[in-house]
Design a protein around this ligand. Structure first.
Ligand code: SAM
Length: 222
């Protein structure tokens, strides 16, 4: 197998930059984070294929291009306080941790929260904080946030998350009732309390299950 750091550099050049991601902060973060540290050893050889991969508990580590697209859509300049909903493997949190000052990330499946937390600690990310909870409600004690990213799809934008944005803050989330296709939406909190919403792309995510997401019984099958 070729050196993984070379495969990582190739992936960023051929799959991420070539598909239009321009933010130098996002590209540098993707060049640095070892994706193989967030997947099982038997999938190591696929770490730098630009596709989602299975992780424990029937969930997925997102496709690197989608991580890049969503991170770029947050409009980060560096040094922010960020909330991620859907820690999963911890990979996207690490990408965010390369750019932001502090990352708060919430995962509803305990096993994943534990594994991700251990992987992030092993890589030395002491600015990333993992919580096992229902992230559709956000992480209120640490609010407000400069940016919020949700890596699971809900039927609508959770009100709790909108309320935890700073003025000028951005929330990027897949939304829609079709389990096979959601709209990636960016919500910006404007001065005076209004919110601006923009449609960014068609995407497909596992369901956001929780109080302000799908109920466990009604969640669309992935
Ligand atoms: N960001 C992850 C990564 O880099 O590996 C990918 C996340 S995976 C596509 C979506 C994750 O959202 C799953 O781990 C799932 O358990 C989690 N999830 C779904 N509903 C949630 C909720 N209400 N709160 C927190 N996590 C949730």
């Amino acid at each position: 197998m070729r050196d993984l750091s070379q495969l990582r550099a190739d992936m960023v050049e051929n799959q991420i930059e070539a598909r239009g991601i321009k933010s130098s902060l996002v590209l540098a973060a993707l060049r640095k984070v070892p994706r193989e540290a967030f997947i099982s050893d038997r999938l190591r050889e696929f770490a730098y294929e630009d596709s989602p991969l299975p992780i424990a508990a029937g969930q997925t580590i997102s496709q690197p291009y989608i991580v890049a697209l969503m991170t770029e859509a947050l409009g980060l300049a560096g040094g922010e306080k960020i909330l991620e909903i859907g820690t999963g493997s911890g990979y996207a949190a690490a990408v965010l941790g390369e750019i932001a000052a502090q990352v708060y990330t919430v995962e509803r499946i305990g096993e994943l929260a534990e594994t991700a937390s251990a992987a992030l600690k092993a890589l030395g990310y002491d600015n990333i904080h993992v919580l096992h909870a229902d992230g559709s409600l956000g992480w209120p004690p640490e609010a407000p946030y400069d940016a919020i990213i949700v890596t699971a799809g809900g039927p609508e934008v959770p009100q709790s998350l909108k309320e935890q944005l700073k003025i000028g803050g951005r929330l990027v989330i897949p939304v829609g009732i079709n389990p096979r296709a959601q709209e990636l939406v960016r919500v910006t909190r404007l001065p005076g309390g209004a919110f601006k919403s923009e449609d960014l792309a068609d995407v497909r995510f596992v369901p956001l299950i929780g109080n302000e997401g799908w109920s466990e019984e009604n969640a669309p099958a992935p």
